[in-house]
Design a protein around this ligand. Structure first.
Ligand SMILES: NC(=O)c1ccc[n+]([C@@H]2O[C@H](COP(=O)([O-])OP(=O)(O)OC[C@H]3O[C@@H](n4cnc5c(N)ncnc54)[C@H](O)[C@@H]3O)[C@@H](O)[C@H]2O)c1
Length: 392
């Protein structure tokens, strides 16, 4: 299958490298000549590095590069079996693009978007044949991140998402199927990692270094929430939070914080701008965490209970299967454990108690426990453990 990728920025270039490496002929298009040249250069550099490390032979790297065709002429996309866009995150621009693409490609060409925040249904709606449309959401950097979310829209024909999932798997990726709901799996379930950590900071329960330390040293997360937000950039992370909140019809569970909004407004984006929650200037003194076992546990339990609640609610609403939820959070954002397995380990009653105590204290809808969690506690169920026992 010949694959067309439109948009050769951070994501498009990475995806082109993935599919060319998997053996497909790839047409990579951008409206900006420089962006296209940069993409070609960066793919070439990546392949050279892989060859230097012995992960690809020099010949294989050259073959991968030869399968990649950089173009500014959309007319060359007429022989593609799949066209995936990774252009600017703008519904009108994406819709216009697919109107053009559909006039060129064959009837059975699959159309796909890598959008992070728009609904797949809204982009597909611009197409004559929306039943061939699907979301294929990669993570950055695409060549390194294993997880890919595959999202059928309400218009997508039955079977297409499964077909695309198998195709993505053949590229050496770990695909998960998810409903076309805001944030798909990862960008929805991960929200409390940031939001609840900020809330704990805002209430003065602990400072950034102490919260980060609790989440890494006690929780086993690779990065604490504040270090991670600084790493992602508050321009990106704040916008995702705001978009998820708006798309969920302003559900208070996803409410953004003023703390992060002010950093965003000030241009304190984090690492990339030299300042975020932490100061990255040379010689800047970093805050020391308070290592207090009881405090650390309180922080971890609170953030974890909120994360688990989000995962349980996603399961309750059939956003994804149990297995795909676990895979998404361990492979998409490198959580040390799947959240449902973690809930089993902590004990569902303990997680529910943490949430109910927060709810009793604040009377905010943000802390409402998922009905599924409550029912499972009532029925003395677990997500996986009983099945393991039952299967011997
Ligand atoms: N950056 C991420 O972490 C990330 C992760 C997952 C998904 N996404 C999604 O992927 C898409 C691209 O994101 P990115 O970070 O690669 O953006 P980017 O700004 O790095 O690249 C976008 C590219 O698209 C080109 N472009 C814009 N409009 C075009 C058009 N009409 N025709 C052809 N080319 C056009 C631009 O010239 C640019 O080179 C967005 O929808 C974004 O939401 C981004």
């Amino acid at each position: 299958m010949i694959i067309g990728i439109i948009g050769s920025g951070a994501m498009g270039a990475g995806i082109a490298q993935v599919v060319a490496t998997a053996g497909h002929t790839v047409r990579l298009l951008d409206q900006n000549t420089q962006a296209l040249q940069r993409a070609g250069q960066s793919i070439q550099n990546n392949l050279n590095k892989l060859a230097e490390k012995g992960k690809l032979t020099v010949e294989a790297a050259a073959e991968v590069f030869n399968r990649l065709h950089l173009t500014e002429d959309i007319g060359t996309f007429n022989d593609c079996g799949l066209v995936l866009e990774a252009i600017v995150e703008d519904l009108g621009v994406k819709q216009q693009l697919f109107r053009e693409v559909e006039m060129l490609v064959a009837e059975d060409c699959i159309l796909a978007s890598n959008t992070s925040s728009l609904s797949i249904a809204s982009i597909a709606a611009a197409c004559q044949k929306p039943e061939r449309f699907v979301g294929i959401h990669f993570f950055n950097p695409a060549p390194l991140m294993q997880l890919v979310e595959v999202i059928p829209a309400v218009q997508t024909r039955p079977g297409l998402a499964e077909q695309v999932r198998d195709l993505v798997q053949s590229w050496g990726k770990l695909p998960v199927l998810t409903k076309d709901t805001p944030g798909f799996i990862v960008n929805r379930v991960a929200r409390p990692f940031y939001g609840e950590a900020i809330r704990i900071l805002e209430e003065g329960i602990a400072d950034i270094a102490t919260i980060d330390c609790a989440m890494t040293e006690l929780g086993g997360f690779r990065m604490g929430p504040f270090a991670l937000m600084d790493f992602i950039g508050h321009d990106v992370n704040y916008r995702v939070t705001e978009s998820v909140f708006t798309s969920f019809f302003f559900d208070p569970r996803y409410k953004p914080s003023f703390t992060q909004k002010r950093l965003f407004e000030a241009g304190y984006y984090g690492r990339k701008s030299g300042r975020g929650f932490y100061n990255y200037a040379e010689g800047a003194v970093q805050p020391e965490p308070t290592r207090d076992e009881a405090l650390s546990r309180r922080i971890l339990n609170r953030v974890l209970a909120m994360l688990i609640n989000e995962a349980v609610d996603a399961l309750a609403l059939n956003v994804a299967s149990k297995q795909d939820l676990e895979l998404a959070m361990t492979k998409g954002v490198n959580y040390p454990k799947g959240l449902l397995a973690w809930a089993d380990e902590l004990g569902l009653p303990a997680v529910l108690t943490t949430l109910d105590e927060l709810y009793d204290e604040y009377h905010e809808d943000r802390y409402r426990a998922s009905a599924l969690l409550r029912r499972m506690v009532r029925q003395n169920q677990t997500f996986f453990q009983q099945e393991t026992v039952a299967h011997g």
